[in-house]
Design a protein around this ligand. Structure first.
Ligand code: CMC
Length: 431
């Protein structure tokens, strides 16, 4: 954080207050209002944090105008085409691309932690079979703090490191177990000879009764989905993880809080909602009807997979996924997939519509991901768990950054109170 030497002046009730400004390495200047209440006795009001930086960070940068997403400075399209998920995990966690030796060491550490405590299998069996896998995920990840006590001391850097590696390693296993449980199939143990994405496909789709061959092209597409969801600066679930962690809660509890937040349809739940919407639309001739509904202020319907708080031009992740959807469907011999046709036509129609142009609404990461995941064989209920396992590294990197920050203090927003002022209690017979 660089001090610009610039200040802003606030005039209030005849007094003038100097507000310091910070200049980030990229992005707009930031007004420092930390002393505002102490000096001027006023709060600021910003529901949804549309103008508020809640922390400083060196992990991810988004330029919403340009449609740019950088992790530690590296553009997402370069990472998606040249890197792989565990290398991106290393980059997010430690700040630099690893050397070959560092990568090998990191991959070995993650791989050694892919199994879960055997007692957890019994824990899973307490859930109903028809539970949504996200419900199971929230519960099981929260319960990790009961199984891995030896990595819950947040003041011990080594335990923080072990918790980070455990979460990255075990989330695919837990997500796959949630899936297997929901379809009544036996849990499949991880295979450490497979890479991260191939192992996840193996745990989801293999059965003990027969050999399962992981298609390397599908594993690559899966890995790309993981990379594209790995981090996204201070989004709702990441901010939830940071806020939960600001009280000193253990990492497993904090990540469970992040998963709960991600589940909502305005955030990670949009990938499931988007595919369900595409299915409901069904054929291209029904697109105008749904576009009209999305524009109707009296209809709560929104075009799922469209719009973003930060991107106002294009979501670079959606571009990569659109291309990936074409490749995967071609590989699977379903180029004429009707959902992909509806999606492409819907995108074109919306992008040429005055409402979407004026409000700067574009396809986001959730628009094409569901089509790829469904073609791979995942049910819609698994889309958000896959987002959660991919985002785990982002949450944990931001969590580690926050704990190590000497400025870290409990998150405690203020409010604009509009309720009753003090009044005397009225006995029940007099109300
Ligand atoms: N369909 C129709 N209208 C929309 C949409 C949409 N998808 N998104 C925003 N608008 C309208 C909205 O009604 C509002 O209109 P007005 O100014 O007339 O009131 C205007 O655009 C601005 O929307 P907003 O809700 O104030 O913007 P926001 O930054 O608070 O919300 C959003 C961003 C992503 C929650 C929202 O665009 C949305 O609900 N999109 C659909 C859900 C979705 O795809 N979510 C995934 C987001 S990307 C991945 C992730 O974060 O997990």
């Amino acid at each position: 954080m660089t001090d610009t030497q610039k200040t802003a002046q606030l005039s209030l009730n005849g007094e003038t207050y100097e507000l310091p400004m910070f200049s980030p390495s990229a992005g707009p200047d930031v007004l420092d209002i930390r002393k505002l209440y102490a000096q001027a006795g006023v709060f600021t009001y910003d529901p949804g944090f549309t103008s508020t930086a809640s922390c400083d960070s060196t992990i991810t940068y988004i330029d919403g105008g340009k449609g740019e997403l950088l992790h530690r400075g590296y553009p997402i399209d370069q990472l998606a085409s040249k890197s792989h998920h565990l290398e991106v995990c290393y980059l997010l966690l430690y700040g630099e691309l690893p050397t070959a030796a560092q990568l090998e060491d990191f991959e070995t550490r993650v791989t050694r932690h892919t199994m879960v405590h055997e007692q957890m299998l019994n824990f899973f069996r307490g859930f109903r079979r028809d539970a949504h896998p996200m419900a199971t995920l929230v519960g099981v990840v929260g319960a990790m703090s009961a199984f891995y006590h030896d990595s819950t001391d947040i003041n011990d850097p080594w335990q923080r490191e072990v918790a980070a590696v455990r979460l990255i390693a075990k989330l695919p296993t837990i997500a796959a177990m949630a899936y297997k449980y929901s379809i009544g199939q036996p849990f499949v143990y991880p295979r450490n000879d497979l890479d991260y994405a191939a192992n996840f496909l193996h745990m989801c789709f293999s059965v003990p009764a027969e050999e399962y061959h992981v298609d390397p092209i599908l594993a690559r597409a899966m890995d790309r989905i993981f990379i594209l969801h790995a981090d996204h600066e201070q989004n709702a679930s990441t901010s939830t993880v940071r806020l939960a962690s600001s009280s000193g809660a253990n990492p497993f509890a904090c990540i469970a809080a992040g998963i709960a937040c991600l589940w909502g349809p305005a955030h990670g739940g949009a990938n499931q909602a988007c595919l369900e919407m595409l299915k409901e639309i069904g054929t291209v001739d029904r697109i105008p009807e749904f576009i009209a509904r999305a524009k109707d202020k009296n209809d709560p319907f929104r075009l799922m997979g469209f719009g973003h708080r930060v991107y106002k031009n294009t979501d670079p992740r959606a571009k990569v996924l659109k291309q990936s959807a074409d490749e995967v469907l071609e590989l699977l011999g379903v180029e004429n997939n009707p959902l992909l046709q509806v999606a492409k036509e819907l995108e074109q129609t919306a992008l040429n519509d005055e409402y979407f142009i004026e409000k700067k609404l574009f396809p986001n990461v959730d628009f094409y991901s569901g089509i790829i995941l469904e073609a791979m064989g995942f049910p819609t209920s698994m889309f958000t768990p896959i987002f959660a396992l991919s985002r785990t590294v982002g949450w944990i990197s931001q969590w580690k950054e926050m704990i190590a920050d000497p400025q870290n203090k409990i998150g405690r927003p203020r409010q604009l109170y509009l309720g009753e002022t003090a009044r005397d209690y009225v006995d029940i017979e007099n109300r």
